[in-house]
Ligand binder design. Structure first.
Ligand SMILES: [Zn+2]
Length: 463
């Protein structure tokens, strides 16, 4: 009798665990199926199998970027467009995890929880996706970057549409390379979209943050006079400038990009206020673009010496900046302190609201990054920067405000070249960020890319 009792208890418990396990499995299957279906190990939709019946991907003006013809995935006719848009469109093999073809796999293939890939055509919605990005604007930026490694993004800060987004190195999705030991340098970091997923030493573009902190915390900042001898000892080691800038006011200090002035300001403002402003402006925060989290920009002076705090104010020390976050910040500066949330896939399929629903509607959306008054003052300073230092016709007649950066990296390597900014024109409300890794001087290396991308983006808006 005892033996039978023991056995039935065992069977009862076994059955109970089985039912609990099955319930958990069914629950997870129902709530998480889309995720599972999209995993690379799932042969149904991953690989070219799933793309056999996948929808088309169009750019903002209806140019076909990817389509399936006779069971083959075929990309745009122009190789430069294919390479320029690799990180936005994706490839057959889900190598670029943030690209449209990866994150909207189930939408493109029409995969359904109930029907799998075999949903009757009569029930199917269109599987096509239209992007906000423009093929020709991406191509222009890609060609301007050339064989260098970097990132370029242009978006509309009123609507959020990303018009141009390019990451290099790249490859042709129509003929993906086999990456071996011999060619791996040529494809270093190629599967990452550097616009979204990388952060770089910012150098002088960070002076925008120090500037904002000074505007908000030093009431007489615009009446002050600054002086630069070309170097200044702070806390036992020297802060240096490229030349002696002499006497200047606050506007000129930003236009000359005077390290000594911004180092002194960071020390005067202190780590707490600097951190508060940096965080408000989107540092140490991840934003979401089409549900993809951006790499965080970094500002952390918790353990900094006074000299390191000084260097942090000019964008060195451990500071990092993500190109998308810098573009978002410039959009907010141009737009009174707030900006529309950037996105690359048009809302046609209800994809954005679906993702918003899953993630919580406001997850990762930029809130207010600056007080309105601070934004307007910074905007004027960045406009002055371009107008006084580079001349007003630099951007083909657009009214552009910008800041360049030349960020020192490891010993023996060329600095990172940056330019970030915005157009203040009503008909072209565009913000941009360009970084060229080890590119040299920001003005020489990054500006031509920004100029090409902005010109083509304006044309894209007018099409
Ligand atoms: Zn100076």
């Amino acid at each position: 009798m005892k033996k039978i009792m023991k056995r039935s208890t065992f069977i009862f418990l076994f059955g109970l665990f089985f039912i609990i396990g099955l319930s958990v499995f069914v629950f997870r299957l129902v709530t998480d199926w889309e995720n599972w279906v999209q995993q690379p190990y799932n042969g149904h939709t991953a690989g070219s199998n799933g793309l056999v019946q996948a929808g088309k991907i169009f750019d903002r003006n209806g140019e076909v970027l990817a389509q399936t013809v006779d069971g083959e995935r075929v990309y745009n006719d122009d190789q430069a467009v294919r390479e320029a848009m690799l990180h936005v469109v994706g490839d057959d093999s889900l190598n670029i995890s943030t690209a449209a073809q990866s994150i909207y796999r189930t939408k493109l293939t029409g995969y359904s929880f109930v029907w799998g890939l075999g949903m009757p055509t009569s029930l199917k919605k269109s599987n096509d996706i239209t992007l906000t990005a423009d093929a020709q604007a991406c191509k222009a930026a890609y060609e301007a970057i050339g064989d260098r490694k970097g990132a370029c993004v242009v978006y509309n800060y009123k609507t959020g549409e990303v018009i141009c987004s390019v990451s290099t190195y790249s490859y042709d999705p129509q003929a993906p390379p086999e990456i071996t030991e011999e060619n791996e340098e040529q494809y270093d970091g190629v599967y990452l979209d550097h616009v979204l997923s990388s952060s770089y030493s910012p150098g002088s573009i960070f002076k925008i943050v120090t500037c904002a902190c000074a505007i908000e915390n030093i009431p007489d900042i615009y009446e002050r006079e600054f002086y630069c001898e070309g170097e200044k000892e702070i806390d036992g080691s020297k802060i240096t400038c490229v030349e002696a800038h002499g006497t200047m006011d606050f506007n000129e200090a930003l236009a000359y990009s005077c390290n000594v002035t911004f180092a002194e300001l960071a020390v005067e403002l202190g780590g707490d206020k600097m951190t508060e402003t940096a965080v408000e402006m989107g540092f140490n925060t991840s934003f979401r673009v089409d549900g993809n989290p951006t790499a965080k920009s970094n500002y952390n002076v918790a353990n900094a010496t006074k000299n390191q705090l000084a260097w942090s104010g000019v964008g060195q020390y451990t500071n990092l900046a993500n190109p998308m976050q810098m573009a978002i910040l410039c959009g907010a500066i141009a737009n009174g302190g707030t900006t529309a949330q950037p996105y690359t896939v048009k809302n046609d399929l209800g994809i954005l609201s679906e993702i918003g629903g899953i993630l919580g509607q406001n997850t990762g959306a930029p809130g207010r990054l600056l007080k309105q008054d601070t934004a307007n003052k910074l905007k004027d300073m960045m406009l002055y920067d371009v107008d006084s230092y580079y001349g007003s016709d630099l951007f083909y007649g657009l009214t552009v405000g910008a800041k360049t950066g030349t960020a020192e990296v490891q010993e023996g390597k060329e600095p990172n070249a940056w330019i970030v900014g915005f157009s203040a024109d009503e008909e072209a409300p565009l913000a941009f960020a360009v970084v060229i890794e080890n590119g040299g001087y920001g003005m020489a290396a990054a500006s031509p890319v920004a100029i090409a991308a902005m010109e083509a983006s304006v044309e894209a808006l007018q099409k």
